[in-house]
Design a protein around this ligand. Sequence first.
Ligand code: HEC
Ligand code: HEC
Ligand code: HEC
Length: 435
Amino acid sequence: MANKLRRIALAVGAVVLVGGIGYTGLVQYGLHKRYPQTVRIEEGAGLKDQIARGEYIARLSDCTACHTKDGGQPFAGGYKLETPFGAILSSNITSDKETGIGGWTQEQFDRAVRHGVGSYGNLYAAMPYNAYAKLTDQDLTDLWAYIRTIPAVSNKVVENQLPFPFNQRWILAGWNLLFFKDQVFQENTQVSPEVNRGAYLVEGAGHCASCHTAKNLLGGDSSAYLQGGTLQGWFAPDLTPNPHTGLGHWSREDIVNYLRAGTNSKTASSGPMTEAIENSTQYMSESDLHAIAQYLHSLPASQSTIPAAIDSQQNAMLVGKKIYESQCNACHLSDGSGVRNMIPSLAGNAQVNSADASSLLNVVLNGSQGPFTHANPTAAGMPAFAWKLSDSNIADVMTYIRNRWGNAAQHVSSEQVEKARQSTHASEWLGADKN
Ligand code: HEC
Ligand code: HEC
Ligand code: HEC
């Protein structure tokens, strides 16, 4: 018996040892893999055009969003990304030799941006290298031509402040094995060049899936591609042509206008999408915006079952109606239709019909300044109601707008409102009984 146990222990030990050696080999292979560059930085007259093309790729990819801290120098890093595993700070990618990437070669830049290996080893996927992996050799080189012209800013960023074991970068090689497809964009010969261009922009530079695709427990993309995802107190809705919770009723023009101006005849953006529009999509060319719209329309619609609308005689609906009529009517109108290009229509609104009410709660509690873009220079705002309405009143008005005018979605509870109040650091209800 003792012999048998010893043999089992030895076998397990051997498996762990061989597995450990194999894994170490995998990590080392990933860190030292070479990426020979086929496209080069241009010399002479062509360089100016190349830098301009690179600047456009940087816009499409929204590098500024994460690499510029609020009030900080452009691309000098230090922006904090909250993830379920802890906060991650973005790197300084200016041409400073000490604290930025000034001494880097094109191959090093490629290794970080398309393959996820940076100064300290494997990068966290908070840097969307899993999307940028799709960039063509030409686009990557153009991007590098631009990034290396960014003036040096000395700013030392804390490299890693995650708790153990998440601060161990070698673990990320395993994550890559599970979730990272290290492959340049492959054209689909079955669809038009325009749809291919849209797919390239959405899957690659635009990294839309990093917010609009739900994540699994390990932070990898779930298989419900672009069918909605939750992030930092917001919900990024379904972008497939689902008629209830997705873009089923949006025309191509609606999508183009939204990405260019932040508003369209149906809605206005808020939160992280407003930032993506202000920093990135408003600068996209007309043809690129149309390509994205074509591609989103070509996706298979997600298959969610529409819940039955909650009965208008239920208590939450009756109270919700009263609150709506006294607080919301003036702007969103009694038929929920809003004001075109200014105040969102709540009727038939995909976000309002989504199972996840995070964005709705966020906007109603904290208010929201509408998108400020070239095409929409005078944004309307939504006032905050956190101080004015109790958790139960907010829950009821949410339930009401989600089940009126043809809408149908889950009931919102006071507990959900209370949680959202805490997680979004909303102010307290001033009528609260402090005893
Ligand atoms: C969604 C946020 C986000 C976006 C968008 C983003 N980055 Fe990053 N990037 C990060 C974070 C966070 C890190 C640090 C990750 C880490 O420490 O593992 C990083 C790291 C890097 C690094 C590695 C630096 C080093 O010294 O190791 C480079 C290079 C880089 N990013 C370039 C870019 C470029 C170029 C773009 C646009 C094409 C871009 N990033 C867009 C979040 C982002
Ligand atoms: C940083 C996260 C983030 C990124 C990146 C992002 N989105 Fe969004 N998006 C959101 C959030 C959050 C909302 C909800 C905003 C709201 O309710 O006003 C949203 C809303 C939208 C909507 C409106 C949907 C509706 O029914 O109201 C469209 C269309 C959209 N995004 C398209 C895109 C496309 C295309 C890309 C890539 C080019 C993209 N988004 C990238 C977070 C993101
Ligand atoms: C002063 C006018 C005004 C009032 C009053 C108002 N809203 Fe809004 N609401 C807006 C504007 C403008 C936006 C768009 C904000 C943005 O783009 O960020 C908005 C956005 C919203 C959204 C987000 C829609 C989406 O597609 O993401 C919801 C939900 C909402 N309001 C519900 C309400 C409710 C419920 C009330 C009453 C408790 C209310 N609003 C009162 C002007 C108003």
